[in-house]
Design a protein around this ligand. Sequence first.
Ligand SMILES: Nc1ncnc2c1ncn2[C@@H]1O[C@H](COP(=O)(O)OP(=O)(O)OP(=O)(O)O)[C@@H](O)[C@H]1O
Length: 230
Amino acid sequence: MLNLIGLQKFYGKKSVLNDLNFQFTEGQVYGIVGPNGAGKTTLFRCLIGLEDFAGRIQRNENAAKQHIGYVPAEPYFLPKITGKEYLTLLLEARNKSVQEDAAYHVFDIPLDQYINTYSTGMKKKLALLGSLLQNNHIYIFDEVYNGLDFQSCLMVTDIIQRLRSQGKLILMASHIFSLMEETCDTILYLKEGKFDMISERKDFASMKQHISQDLRDSQLDALFPPHTVR
Ligand SMILES: Nc1ncnc2c1ncn2[C@@H]1O[C@H](COP(=O)(O)OP(=O)(O)OP(=O)(O)O)[C@@H](O)[C@H]1O
């Protein structure tokens, strides 16, 4: 369980998260959608303890860092370590070991190479694999599909379903609404620091319509003046 109670976040005088209240429960997949700059990453950073904030976040476990697996939109790695060394570090930090050696190889990443030789997608897969090997209770995936090839996207969707069936709590942000519709039980639309709309699966279509109404097509008229369109 993860409970937001009046969560607020300011950067200087700028309000980014404005009195968020919501209870996330285990065995569910939650999607956070919202415009660029809406505060999705900031919310995740508050949840994992990387930011200070006002209000409260209640969790079942006290030590968040022992139970949350976070895959940031742009994972950061030390340059001169190999993929295998990175995974070993993550496991040792939690005092855990891997049962099946094959688990290291599910994404077919060149684990003996330095990470700074990896492609964007390989880095994303390595960060994801690290969080999975740790066997966390809660997973937070920020733009986890970005940079992944089609097959890996399908694998990630499958992974999320399996985590859900193990009773894990999954929070994810993505700008690809179709993937969120496919994967999530509940989608929260974060806009200007507030949950503007919260929908369960049966209401995803009306949420999509609500979000599209927020698009300001007229802005594009500056690039494509009406008289130039045939
Ligand atoms: N360290 C920081 N200092 C000051 N402002 C910040 C900082 N980090 C984020 N912000 C601001 O907070 C707001 C929310 O940013 P955040 O990265 O959480 O948005 P987001 O919803 O994840 O956006 P995107 O969809 O583009 O990834 C933005 O206005 C951003 O400029």
